[in-house]
Design a protein around this ligand. Sequence first.
Ligand SMILES: CC(C)(COP(=O)(O)OP(=O)(O)OC[C@H]1O[C@@H](n2cnc3c(N)ncnc32)[C@H](O)[C@@H]1OP(=O)(O)O)[C@@H](O)C(=O)NCCC(=O)NCCS
Length: 191
Amino acid sequence: MTDQAASPWPARRDGLLYREPTEADVEVLLQFRNDPGVNHFMVRTSVEPDDLRREVLTIPDSPTDFSCVLERDGELVGMGFLDVVDGAGQPGHPTGTDGLIGYIVRPGHEGVGIATATARALLEAAFGGLGLRRVTAAANLANHASVRVLEKAGMRRERHEVQALWHHELGWLDEVGYALLAEEWAAAHVP
Ligand SMILES: CC(C)(COP(=O)(O)OP(=O)(O)OC[C@H]1O[C@@H](n2cnc3c(N)ncnc32)[C@H](O)[C@@H]1OP(=O)(O)O)[C@@H](O)C(=O)NCCC(=O)NCCS
């Protein structure tokens, strides 16, 4: 990522408006981030209102957090997460080169492609806008819809950790990791 990296938002794609969150979004985000259906596979099963407010409202000024909210027909229908992180390696490796993505869809809006569109928009923002080198995402293997979203977005499964995550109802569950390199993304998006 260059020092001058500008926010990739707002952007319009696939019938969705991706934009930075504002104070007016906090109440709606709070409602659905703490919905039991949304939280079912989340490691953080609930978020304190003050924490969520602080996390959301610091996004626009953050040099590394390019998360966004999604609107469809003027209604907030989800959130996309895009964090710029350092890759791993020996001392001296370049920093701020990698991205980590995620998404949540507002209950009542699942199953119509919003998460898949969001994953694609986040990859475009990461590689096309921010110039990142590699983007990763992780999902609970039992979260079939999320795994399907990452596959449909064109990411490559490169990690499968067996019984790696504790779930309060289901016990130890597997986690899968997906990745995509800038050159893989570019090869799949030849104009
Ligand atoms: C998981 C989640 C992001 C999916 O969002 P969505 O907008 O419904 O996803 P999409 O409509 O883009 O795609 C879902 C895909 O999963 C499939 N799917 C849904 N439920 C499924 C299931 N139980 N088993 C297998 N596939 C399933 C859908 O059929 C669709 O695939 P298709 O287009 O090939 O038919 C959404 O339900 C959500 O926010 N869940 C709670 C938060 C969460 O788990 N976030 C991900 C953390 S890694």
